[in-house]
Design a protein around this ligand. Structure first.
Ligand SMILES: [Zn+2]
Length: 197
């Protein structure tokens, strides 16, 4: 028996619905932070805004996964300081501001699963499929998709709502995520229409 959890979006982290066996999609919005958005990322912002709206309207969970580093974080050896916890650079861009009922997951590495409570949150919400958007395709998107697959979640990547740090990786990584992790690669329009069924 499977049922769709229609209550999930109205519950807070304190009051998750543990009951039943649930089949629920969640949207993962990865690293759409003020410090990360360059000219090439700007076109995906309004598209992700539509995606977020569609999930909220469908009463499905929207989960923001955000880089949030401590001073002197080990990752800075490779990238230099970025997304320092509490700084304006580590805030979600104004156009995609989290709303009441959305969830926040803060990470210190590329993947949203490592040393965070993302898996626990998804399991408590009864999620079995994650829909992924955000940046950057070949880093935090790719590694979060990999970990979602390793944790047995179905994955859909919204191909027009992701952007690579280096553009030449975009098509390669989309193909790779499809082959390596069985990710469904879908357009924004198709994902939105699938929520309305
Ligand atoms: Zn980082």
């Amino acid at each position: 028996m499977r049922r769709v959890n229609t209550k999930a979006r109205n519950t807070s982290v304190k009051g998750l619905d543990y009951g039943g066996i649930l089949a629920l999609k969640a949207l993962l919005v990865i690293d759409m932070l003020k410090g990360f958005i360059r000219e090439q990322e700007k076109p995906i912002i309004p598209k992700i805004a539509k995606l977020i709206q569609a999930f909220r309207e469908a009463k499905l969970p929207v989960i923001y996964i955000c880089d949030s580093h401590l001073p002197g974080d080990k990752e800075f050896e490779l990238w230099g300081p970025h997304a320092l916890r509490g700084s304006p650079e580590a805030e979600v861009v104004d156009e995609l501001k989290p709303a009441e009922g959305d969830y926040m997951v803060y990470k210190r590495r590329y993947t949203g699963f490592f040393a965070t409570d993302l898996d626990l949150l998804l399991r408590e919400l009864g999620v079995d499929e994650v829909v992924v958007c955000g940046i950057y395709t070949e880093y935090c998107v790719k590694h979060t998709v990999a970990d979602a697959f390793f944790h047995n979640y179905k994955v859909t990547v919204v191909k027009d709502c992701i952007s690579s740090y280096e553009e030449q990786f975009q098509e390669f990584m989309i193909d790779y995520m499809s082959k390596a992790y069985g990710a469904k690669i879908e357009s924004l329009e198709k994902v939105i229409s699938s929520l309305k069924i």
